[in-house]
Design a protein around this ligand. Sequence first.
Ligand code: ATP
Ligand code: MG
Length: 736
Amino acid sequence: MVELNAPQAQAVAHPSGPLLVFAGAGSGKTRVITFRIANLVAREGVSAHRILAVTFTNKAARELRSRLEGLLGEDLARRLWVGTFHSLGAKLLRLHGGTIGLKKDFAIYDGTDQKALIARILKDLAIDSKEYAPKALLGQIGHYKQQNIRVDALAADSAHMKVVQQVWAQYEARLRTANALDFEDILLRGGELLDEELRLGVVGVRERFDHILVDEFQDTNGTQYRWLKGLAHFHRNLCVVGDDDQSIYGWRGADVRNIQSFRRDHPDAEVVKLEQNYRSTARIVEAALAIVAKTTVREPKKLWTENEAGEPIHVVELPDERAEATFALRCIRDALDEGASPADFAVFYRLHAQSRVLEDALRTARVAYKVIGGTRFYERAEVKDALAYLRLALNPSSDVDFLRVVNVPARGIGDTTVERLASRAKRLGKVLFEALDNLEDEGTIAPAARRKLEAFRALINGFQRAITEDTPSAFVDRVLEATGYRKSLEKEDSVEADARLGNLEELRSALLDFERECSLRGEDPTIATWLENAALHSEADNAAGEAVSMMTVHAAKGLEFPYVILTGMEEQLFPYRGLDPGERDELDEERRLAYVAITRARERLVCTHVRARQLFGQTRVGIESRFLRELPRSTTERFRVNSFGRLTPAAHQGRSAETSRRVDARVDTSYFSDVNHGEAFDDDSAMRPGSMVRHGTFGPGRVRSLERRGQEVAAQVEFATFGVKTVYVRFLVDDE
Ligand code: ATP
Ligand code: MG
């Protein structure tokens, strides 16, 4: 096996001074970084602890480190400085921060800490937190800090901005008093440290490393770039690798012009271009290039591969997002039957909120999965809060759930009150909820606090009555309303709050799906059954070893998988932004994002789009994404899944659709084995009364009758062991 091609070897052997590796996806950029580090240590005699390598995500950093362990052995690899900007920055500030008056043991505030700090400041300054939501203020402050704007330099030209400035100034002052830094500070203070060293003429951090290497350079922002330049100040051994076609963090202050700045700042830099893709089949490379070629601003570069053409990319149209999830599951299962491992699979989506339906399909089928760079749907804070209310309504003795929500959303029940209630419960030998009875006898709890606790008890009592009457989805709605949970998020009015509201809508949709499925099975949908399933599944998940990876496309950067399923390829979802005239930049970024998504796949790529999608509690009509329509015909094969779950070849879409030729599907993938080739296909004739079928849970049976229900078709089936049941046809497979 050739380990390195000529330009890769050139970049690896580059002796010293600035180096720019500029290349397309899968061409070995990360491999160059890895081999270059190994070469510096093993051949050039550079001490491992004097090499700093920066990557973009923790996952990428772990990956890099494990590859280096393979090349150098654990001992040497451990001494290297490998990490993200934040983790490395924090580590350096602990060692050198004294120069700018930082104490070694500073704390790092995360989102929750920051929010608590802002809330306290608002209270002290008597500013209405309804008018100035902490989350929104934090977002604004973070944005300024990323732009390297200082609080005293802020143009406070309106009443609103004056408040922002006042809060921000307090925020900075209190961070300092608390000896704490937020994430932005890590980089800003790092920059300050470099400036201060320069002013004092001391070396310190600027002299710490002999080589600096940066992966995914296209997504660094201005502050990060200044920091890198400072660290490489003396030796200028700065090696950056990147691909402007993969710049996907414009909204986070990342700046693709960094690659241009690098060339300007280092006119003597050696520039190496890598043009051979080693990762993907020729069809995948060609498809990805077709999409990114249309961006308006782009550095010209080549990308080719010697790899085989490979399977066609499957573009599959489905009725809705649930059918899409079932189909994704089917692709995965068929490959598992062929001997693939769950770890070979990645399922991508544009938005976190899309994951719920996909997760449900995998959970129900007991296929292990993990969510990369995000939280599994049922573990997200707001979903857990809602579940805690549901459990509490069913079983008020659950102290864990009681404690989770007694003051969520904030209803003025403080920690002291809760502690006193807990001692009372202990004294009486009761659970917390029962300890709420006869509170007037409790001397330690003041009347104001008592009234709040009693109101909480009344709230839960109300839920206990309603849970037997409401449908599960209506009950969740009731909980979100009556607790004020939804309203408190609406008031926050921030991007994060919107995402949380979206997740709660998804939870409602999950219960609606559950109700629909129960009614088809003739079962009574109860919250208790649903919760039981949810609990069971999460236990099964924890036992998992190898798992399917699920993630947003953003989180997929730098990774690769043999099989990729790219879901939700619809207009207004992917591309998500840039649809209005004048938003070319946004559309360009969506294109680059699609390029990133496609180039993650090594062998097999399946792209799905649906005709109707429920998302954020709303149904939208699905129109196939322009990105799929732009794929060259030679790279794709198109299919359509009807409401029976049946797969048929479909005509090519897009500009040349007039000539719509029938696809001669010759696919060796087994999930295509039931493709109905050639003959005209009538949606509703595929499965007839009398057809032998098989259901995942109920086993074999015979169809008695069929009936259309909205978008779907339901079948009455006589099962061999379970008797007559009505089920959606998409849950059935042909058994003839
Ligand atoms: P991305 O732009 O997605 O970050 P990249 O340019 O960093 O991609 P790598 O991840 O380094 O690319 O390499 C892609 C794949 O090709 C990896 O599996 C890597 O091992 C393989 N590869 C790279 N160069 C060679 C080579 N010369 N010979 C064999 N395999 C190679
Ligand atoms: Mg890479």
